[in-house]
Design a protein around this ligand. Structure first.
Ligand code: BTN
Length: 264
């Protein structure tokens, strides 16, 4: 796959677009770590890496990030919304991922909180890691675009991995980067304009409509080895998953979800 051209991306997304700055680096540890360590980064700064040597995923997992097959990018934002609302940004980014997968012609949905399932296999094609530092939040997104490298491990709960290419979408990473960053800028603007409120931004409705977890029997693996099993009934206005556990509604803000039907 061709290397990403920083000038072309900058022209479309910075000079004529919504971002303040954009850089493409050949290799780095983690684009999230780099932006988090940059106190001078402006609101709406994008960093893309061709390769990451210490790509990180949710709950301290590794995000395998070899050159050529994937898109690895982070966006630093300094939104003036209440700190408690920042967690919802990863769901907002999930909506942008669904729009991007559809843009390249794939069926797509989200496994709560923010795994993109795409194509006929509905396996995991992309993930999101949002991290907060001071008044900034860094939203990192990894997308499997090309041929899947052999060493990609299954995700949480044994969720298999796939890629846009494996699902039949032969797009290059530049097209995916443009579509994703444009979609993300749109949804982030709506979310910020609504003061970080998912419901009034309209994004909660779009998230719910695209959430494959709702209506499923699930096991939620909570931080600290606890687990809950029940029926996923709602994503609430804070972005939490509401699970009916033996008739009691439990709102879960963080955890790994296993769709039990998918295991059957
Ligand atoms: O599904 C997950 O666990 C989240 C994966 C997030 C990976 C991206 S790749 C770009 C950015 N830099 C990182 O180190 N991680 C995120």
């Amino acid at each position: 796959m061709a290397a990403l051209d920083a000038d072309t991306l900058r022209k479309a997304l910075v000079d004529d677009g919504p971002y303040a700055a954009l850089d493409v680096v050949a290799t780095t540890g983690s684009t999230n770590a780099d932006l988090m360590a940059d106190p001078d980064a402006q609101d709406r700064t994008v960093l893309i890496a061709e390769e990451q040597t210490e790509g990180r995923g949710r709950r301290s997992r590794e995000w395998v990030s070899p050159p050529e097959s994937g898109l690895y990018l982070s966006v630093l934002l300094r939104p003036t919304v209440p700190a408690a609302k920042l967690g919802a940004l990863s769901l907002v980014a999930g909506v942008a991922l669904v729009r991007t997968a559809r843009h390249v012609g794939l069926m797509a949905s989200l496994k709560w909180p923010n795994d993109l399932l795409a194509g006929a296999s509905m396996a995991k094609c992309a993930g999101i890691l949002a991290e907060v530092t001071g008044d900034a939040v860094v939203v990192g997104i990894g997308v499997n675009v090309g041929r899947l490298p052999r060493e990609v491990p299954a995700g949480a709960g044994g969720l298999p991995a796939t890629s846009f290419h494996e699902e039949g979408a032969n797009v290059d990473r530049a097209e995916v980067a443009l579509a994703l960053l444009r979609s993300f800028a749109e949804v982030e603007r709506s979310w910020r304009g609504a003061g970080g409120d998912l419901a009034t931004s309209g994004l909660l409705a779009e998230y719910r409509a695209n959430c494959a977890t709702l209506g499923q029997r699930v096991r939620v693996e909570l931080p600290g080895d606890e687990a809950r099993q029940g029926l996923a009934v709602e994503v609430d206005a804070e972005g939490r998953l509401v699970v009916d556990v033996d008739g009691t509604a439990r709102a879960i803000s963080a955890g790994d979800v296993v769709h039990l039907r998918a295991l059957a």
